[in-house]
Design a protein around this ligand. Structure first.
Ligand code: SPQ
Length: 436
């Protein structure tokens, strides 16, 4: 994490214009992982040049993969093949990135070398047993701290065996971790999810020519396959677009078009939830790019109303709840979220941290064990803390559009983990944001 950064937002205003937000974080991670394991040279465009994706990129460089870029979103990966990674000389430092750590733990469990994964304070506090326990059932040897957190010490083994695993939580990271381990295991590795989660790993494996069987909620992989280099066009990240989908919905006289956004159905919960609240969002020019659906999204101001968020939409919008809580604060009536306890183990406890901040801004926001109850009202000004969580920092910035006094947001440096251009694009669209 770089130096401390504070955002200050002047109240009011509207958002107008057309922008392209940066590349999808989940797909950027996976493009490096699979491109590195492929045979041949993979070209990636639209790659997210932000700290989390760079953590993954640097980890593969440290394991002997030659990677050029990113330059203007372009990355060239000289794949070393499924068995071509080399032992890293030092622990792999993965910064703030849960995706890097959880996916790599599966991939590295089946290598013929040992490795250690470390991260920053936030990542070192996040639960890793969700991956180390099923990996242990496969025969992996991973040591965690006593409470199941990083650093992870992985003793590589050639003796992983496939398992048929039903995940207790809906997690794309756990699913992806086990599928990557399954590429090195004997027999079949199957993962069943309790609810649909983002399926970029499955889609991208298919794009690289690696067989993955998908039957309903179950994905199955074996070690019988190879990855063949390909070209990947990473669309814009709907999780970054979400800030402007909410911003333009809540700010009067707004009209924003977000270009080339990934609208994979496992990621579009934000659009469905906002529409249920009364938002005006048009999906324009839908198309398919490299096996992923993409569209331009046009959003204009609307009068939002509170809803009880359907629980089946929760995993499909899991990273968008901080900004959805801002939308709920500006909506007429009550919004209730349940079934979202996972929010408590993200980069911060996103239920508690958002409830605390919204209360400081004068909103009746009551945290519950697995969600929040918010009464729409008038946002005021004040000083809030993001607790180093990028999505919290950006969400409170968007709240400024409907506040009646300035909002100061502390601890915003980690916006660079997923969306370094946020300040510039938000200002370009009309948010009165300064940073010190
Ligand atoms: O990578 P990290 O830190 O876990 O990032 C987050 C985020 O908000 O950017 C979660 F805090 O996104 C996860 C997401 O919540 C990215 C992800 C993926 O790429 O597979 C899956 C989701 O996590 P999970 O735990 O539900 O599998």
């Amino acid at each position: 994490m770089s130096e401390s950064i504070t955002f200050k937002v002047q109240p009011g205003g509207s958002l107008n214009g057309t922008v392209r937000v940066p590349g999808d974080k989940s797909m950027s991670h996976r493009s490096i992982m699979l491109g590195s394991l492929a045979e041949g040279v993979t070209h990636v465009t639209g790659f997210l040049n932000a700290e989390d994706a760079i953590s993954t990129l640097e980890a593969f460089r440290a394991m002997g993969v030659q990677i050029e870029g990113p330059v203007n979103g372009e990355v060239t990966i000289y794949g070393v093949g499924k068995h071509g990674l080399k032992a890293p000389k030092e622990p792999l430092y993965l910064g703030n990135s849960g995706t890097s750590m959880r996916l790599l733990s599966g991939l590295l469990a089946g290598q013929d070398f040992d490795s250690t994964l470390t991260g920053d304070k936030s990542l070192s506090g996040r639960p890793m047993r969700r991956v180390t326990q099923p990996l242990a059932l496969m025969g992996a040897k991973i040591e965690t701290q006593e409470n199941g957190t990083a650093p992870l010490h992985i003793k590589g083994t050639k003796n992983l065996k496939g398992i048929d695993y039903t995940m207790p939580i809906a997690s794309a990271q756990v699913k992806s971790c086990l599928l990557l381990a399954g590429m090195y295991a004997s027999g079949e590795t199957s993962v069943t999810e309790p609810a649909p989660t983002r399926d970029h790993t499955e889609r991208m494996l298919t794009g690289f020519g690696y067989p993955v069987k998908r039957e309903g909620s179950k994905a199955t992989i074996t070690s019988a396959g190879k990855l063949t280099a390909t070209n990947i066009d990473v669309p814009s990240d709907i999780s970054s677009a979400a800030f402007f989908l909410v911003g333009a919905s809540i700010a009067p006289n707004s009209d924003v078009t977000l270009q080339h956004v990934g609208i994979n159905p496992t990621r579009t919960g934000i659009i469905d939830i906002l529409r249920l609240m009364g938002a005006n969002i048009e999906i324009l020019n839908p198309r398919e790019v490299g096996g992923e659906p993409v569209a331009d999204l046009r959003v204009t101001s609307s009068e939002l109303h509170g809803i009880h968020i359907p629980e089946d939409l929760v995993p499909l919008a899991i990273d968008e709840f901080p900004v959805l809580f801002v939308a709920a604060s500006c909506a007429k009536g009550e919004t209730v979220l349940t079934g979202a306890e996972e929010l408590r183990v993200k980069e911060s406890d996103r239920i508690q941290v958002m409830a605390d901040g919204l209360q400081i801004l004068g909103i009746d926001a009551q945290p519950t064990k697995d969600g929040m109850i918010i009464q729409g009202g008038q946002l005021g000004g004040g000083e809030v803390v993001s607790h180093g969580d990028h999505r919290i920092a950006m969400s409170f910035s968007i709240a400024g559009l409907r506040a009646n006094a300035p909002i100061t947001i502390h601890d915003c440096a980690n916006v660079n983990t997923s969306f370094p251009e946020f300040r510039d694009l938000a200002k370009q669209l009309g948010l009165q944001l300064t940073s010190v």
